[in-house]
Ligand binder design. Sequence first.
Ligand SMILES: [Zn+2]
Ligand SMILES: [Zn+2]
Length: 141
Amino acid sequence: MCDDHTLVRPGLPSTVCQICADPLGRDDQWVLQSYGDRRTASLDPPVAGICPDCQPAVAELLDDWASVPEPPVDADSIAAGYARVAEDCSFCGDPLSEPPVGVEWYRAGTDHATPPVDRHHYALCGHCTGVFETFLQTLGE
Ligand SMILES: [Zn+2]
Ligand SMILES: [Zn+2]
């Protein structure tokens, strides 16, 4: 049986890569998780697994984004937590006039002692959420 620390938070969410649809290994997948709430839309799907082959294409884009601190857990919603730590959109850099969509990007795997690793947080404005969604769809075509 596994010890608790070998379980990946919040569990390996996907069985196939969101982009290429290849089966995902248990040990090495990247997770893209987005948090909207009643005021915002989240990405569709809100949780996506990305295989190691597709990871560089996504990471290359995210490298250019401005990451935000880890959001507080005591906000009304996770998205509201992102609104608290982010002033500007991670993608376009415009001030966030509306609640952002929170995006979490991390590597999940059963071989990591303290998952998740390489974890980053971003906050997107509504416009950039749509742009990012289109980008992910385009990668998969
Ligand atoms: Zn893939
Ligand atoms: Zn933006």
